[in-house]
Design a protein. Structure first.
Length: 450
């Protein structure tokens, strides 16, 4: 251990660690030493007692976890939270969301992104994968507030060639921005809104420039059935024939993945990941969920997500972790499937892999970026603790996160946000809401027809 002062020293906590088989365990009464934004070591509190540090956090009674990762969301859509409730998918898009999104201004996106980042930091999310419009604005918010993000400028083929070109230009210009906290992706919306020609061109751009791709596909079973009826292929087979399964690909949702898709995806194992956001599937009454058990069997990582707050009402990955476990048990009819330890694996290493950062985040270990959250388990709802992992997944809540750290920088300390002014954002957004939600113009940005 270096004799020079650490940038940050966290002491007295239990630390979630992964062994060389990726099994989850906990080091008790431990200390985390952070230098230059990286975890320098995880040691005992006793061994770290004499270590000098620029900043110290006494975390006695708390648990240190890798920061949570929201693997698929539309952060600025918090501005639409609660606007479109109790509707089938088609009406949700065509009657409310896509008409309202035709009103979006860059200022609306900025304020939505600020509110979303505040919500996520308070919930222990240290990195999010965003798929939306006006991404320059979102990147500026990310740079300012200190969170980590994987950003893609969404496009539809109805925008013409400039939609795809703008997505590529954003990805190339911003990758590595914010001192490396921003990574980027190409972001076609979905196979039902983007032509095969545009998808193929996107795959070529991805391979040419070494960029990943993030899109929606086989979101629900209706989309798969419609694709089969109209084109004779599933959405996953579309991705294969246009070359996207040869890229580093993040597929949002995949609840419509069927058995014939599995061999296709297995050939892409090592490149493809799926993000699951179960609360939205329950709200829309979809008959299926992401087939995690089948995907795991073919080596496809599944990361945890919330989707946008317009459908999920929340950006709480903590809730997604518990719901993923519960919904999988119910769907499979097997209480032994998706155990709490498996859920923690999806929340940590698998989510990191899903956003292309499997070597950098997702665990607290030397050389990883210091994206760390401290969780207080002293509340009555988390006591007593018979198994720490089970308590974290099924009893703890996002409000139990006390401190959130990204790149070694404290963004929230003892529940106080240090980089965002929420009341100011809420006031300004409130003033803009009447113009944002007006649908009298009859426009919509796209048509949902699957």
């Amino acid at each position: 251990m270096s004799d020079s002062p650490a940038d940050l020293l966290i002491t007295g906590c239990a630390v979630l660690v992964h062994d060389d088989q990726e099994r989850i365990g906990f080091e008790s009464d431990a200390a985390i030493v952070v230098r230059d934004g990286l975890v320098a070591s995880v040691t005992s509190a006793a061994d770290a007692a004499g270590l000098a540090a620029v900043e110290r956090l006494d975390a006695r009674g708390q648990v240190a976890l890798p920061g949570l990762i929201n693997c698929h969301t539309h952060a600025p859509m918090v501005a639409l939270r609660g606007l479109a409730e109790d509707l089938p998918t088609e009406e949700w898009f065509n009657d409310v969301v896509w008409p309202v999104e035709s009103n979006l201004t860059e200022k609306d996106v900025e304020l939505g992104a600020r509110l979303a980042c505040a919500e996520m930091i308070r919930a222990g999310v240290t990195c999010f994968a965003d798929h939306y419009f006006s991404m320059d604005t979102v990147a500026a918010v990310v740079t300012e507030c200190g969170i980590r993000a994987h950003l893609g400028e969404a496009y539809f083929s109805s925008q013409g060639p400039q939609g795809r070109e703008k997505s590529a230009e954003f990805a190339l210009r911003h990758r590595g921005a914010a001192d490396g906290r921003i990574t980027t992706a190409l972001a076609p919306h979905a196979p039902y809104t983007v032509t095969d020609a545009d998808l193929a061109a996107t795959a070529q751009l991805a391979l040419e420039h070494g960029l990943p791709v993030h899109l929606h596909a086989a979101e629900n079973r209706d989309q798969t059935d419609t694709s089969l009826a109209r084109h004779g292929v599933t959405p996953i087979e579309v991705l294969d024939r246009v070359g996207l399964l040869a890229t580093d690909l993040l597929i949002a949702h995949g609840t419509g993945i069927i058995d014939r898709d599995l061999p296709v995806l297995e050939r892409a194992s090592g490149r493809v990941a799926v993000a699951t956001a179960p609360r939205g599937y329950l709200k829309f009454g979809w008959p299926s969920t992401t087939p995690i058990r089948a995907l795991r069997a073919i080596g496809i990582p599944v990361g945890l997500a919330t989707d946008g707050a317009a459908s999920n009402n929340s950006l709480d990955v903590w809730e997604s972790m518990a719901l993923t476990s519960l919904v999988q048990k119910s769907t499979e009819g097997d209480p032994r499937w998706l155990t709490f330890r498996q859920a923690l694996h999806h929340a940590t290493l698998q989510s990191a892999r899903a956003v292309g950062l499997g070597d950098s985040i997702g665990s607290i270990a030397p050389g990883r970026w210091a994206d760390i959250i401290l969780v207080d388990l002293t509340g009555p709802h988390t006591q007593p603790v018979h198994d720490l992992a089970a308590t974290l997944v099924h009893s703890a809540r996002s409000a139990d996160v006390r401190t959130t750290i990204v790149d070694g920088r404290v963004l929230m300390r003892d529940r106080e946000l240090l980089t965002l002014d929420v009341p100011a954002v809420v006031r300004e957004l409130g003033e803009r809401l009447p113009a944002l939600v007006d649908r009298s113009h009859g426009r919509r940005i796209q048509e949902y027809d699957t």
